[in-house]
Design a protein around this ligand. Structure first.
Ligand code: ADP
Ligand code: MG
Ligand code: ZN
Length: 324
């Protein structure tokens, strides 16, 4: 137990040191990649990255925290189907189970493909309280909000970017979230409007990037991580999902999608691997039937040992370590 906690502490220290090294690298990169051409407004020797950020921020609403919400963690990746929602749900539950005094919520920001209603076994309608705030639906003690509560599961949402952005703003600011210790945001795939709206509307304490070990998923995971860094959201690390197939009958393990893709990416981007979650039948079954594994089979050794420990590690930078 103690060893686990110590490992996490070392991990955090490393992260702080790396964070410092990284910001130096980023400045250096900004000065070299522009093929000798400087932006006319950027004085030589100045941090071009900062200049671009200032430019990007012009005309945007000022970031303001969500009333009564202490920490916001986003679970993201470039690609769909890699396990973001599964990780987000189990992360939220792991946080709540580990410390019963903590209140946790999940915001499903995947407007086009919401998974939280099914994974958390919840269904609309959503009611509005006297102050005009949407009331989150609750299961396993977790407050949840999703577009899926307000639409029919089978009909597609055909919206333009602006509508997606305003839906996300509403789910962030006009929901009765308070009081919450942690709001976990389940992100849609990609690096588009939804991600930017979030990053520019509220302060985010950390992003967890989920990827499978294939090159194609890692390529997108890299883009996701880079996007968060660009908008000054600390990337807590990578979760490698479905790296090893574990046969539920004999326990035989096979690396179907390759073995160390995420570690290579982690090295390249100076990011820690926070979790290596096996591809396991029980994770799929429990996720898709609305009984997330952290709740339904907390003793499951192969699955939950890793999952709980790693999820704990994911969030270490925003919460004190918990012994598992
Ligand atoms: N480690 C895993 N083992 C088995 N199935 C998994 C695992 N992680 C996710 N899944 C399943 O894969 C599918 C996609 O996962 P999901 O979390 O919805 O991905 P995303 O949110 O990235 O699109 C779901 O059916 C889910 O149950
Ligand atoms: Mg999802
Ligand atoms: Zn087998």
């Amino acid at each position: 137990m103690l060893k686990g906690v110590l490992n996490v502490a070392v991990l955090l220290q490393r992260r702080v040191i790396l964070q410092e090294t990284k910001s130096v690298c980023r400045v250096a990169q900004c000065r070299t990649i522009s093929c000798g051409k400087w932006d006319s407004q950027a004085a030589p020797g100045r941090d071009l990255g900062q200049h671009q950020k200032a430019k990007m921020a012009k005309g945007l609403p000022k970031k303001a925290p969500i009333d009564g919400v202490k920490n916001v963690i986003v679970v993201a990746s470039g690609k769909g189907g890699v396990g973001k929602s599964t990780t987000a749900v189990n992360l939220a539950l792991a946080l709540a189970v580990n410390d019963k005094a903590k209140s946790v919520g999940i915001l499903d920001s995947d407007v086009y493909g919401p998974s939280i209603p099914r994974m958390m076994n919840l269904k609309g309608p959503v009611y509005v309280n006297e102050q005009g705030l949407l009331q989150p639906l609750v299961n396993f003690g977790i407050k949840c909000m999703s577009m899926g509560f307000m639409t029919d599961e089978k009909s597609p949402i055909v919206w333009r970017g602006l509508m997606v952005m305003s839906a996300i703003q509403r789910m962030l600011k006009q929901v009765e979230w308070a009081p919450l210790d942690y709001l976990i945001v389940d992100m849609p795939p990609g690096t588009g409007d939804a991600q930017l709206t979030l990053a520019q509307t509220i302060p985010i304490d950390g992003a967890v990037i989920v990827s499978t070990p294939q090159d194609i998923a890692l390529l997108d995971a890299r883009k996701g991580a880079e996007m968060f860094r660009k908008v000054d959201v600390p990337v807590l690390g990578l979760v490698q999902n479905m790296s090893v197939y574990e046969c539920p009958k004999c326990g035989h393990r096979e690396h179907i999608f390759g073995q160390d893709g995420a570690s290579k990416l982690g090295e390249e981007m100076s990011l820690d691997i926070l979790a290596d979650i096996p591809l396991h039948l029980s994770i799929r079954e429990t996720s898709d039937s609305g009984q997330p594994i952290v709740m339904s089979d907390p003793q499951s050794p192969q699955v939950c040992g890793t999952l709980l420990f790693c999820l704990n590690a994911c969030t270490y930078s925003v919460l004190p370590p918990v012994e598992l």
